[in-house]
Design a protein around this ligand. Structure first.
Ligand code: SF4
Length: 82
């Protein structure tokens, strides 16, 4: 198996509540992915593939900028472009 790209839904929280939203994000939702889980997913994928890229989506991930930065700092030993 070769994975080229990994995408995280960091949170379902968003300032908006669009009818077409694929994760039904809204201001009333508050699920947030744990940084440890995101790091573990990246490390596990690194054992089988070298990703070309990964992205962090939501909801609105920039409602949690420290988490975004923490996740982006993790894959230094996974050979992922940033
Ligand atoms: S994540 Fe995007 S599509 Fe979903 S509610 Fe927010 S702005 Fe709308």
């Amino acid at each position: 198996m070769q994975l080229n790209r990994l995408e995280f839904t960091l949170t379902t929280r968003c300032n908006s509540q669009c009818i077409h939203c694929q994760v039904y994000a809204s201001p009333s939702r508050n699920e947030v992915m744990d940084v440890k889980d995101a790091s573990r997913y990246l490390e596990e994928v690194a054992t089988v593939s070298t990703l070309d890229s990964f992205m962090i989506f939501g909801g609105e991930p920039m409602l949690y900028p420290r988490l975004v930065v923490a996740i982006l700092e993790k894959p230094t030993n996974c050979r992922y472009p940033r």
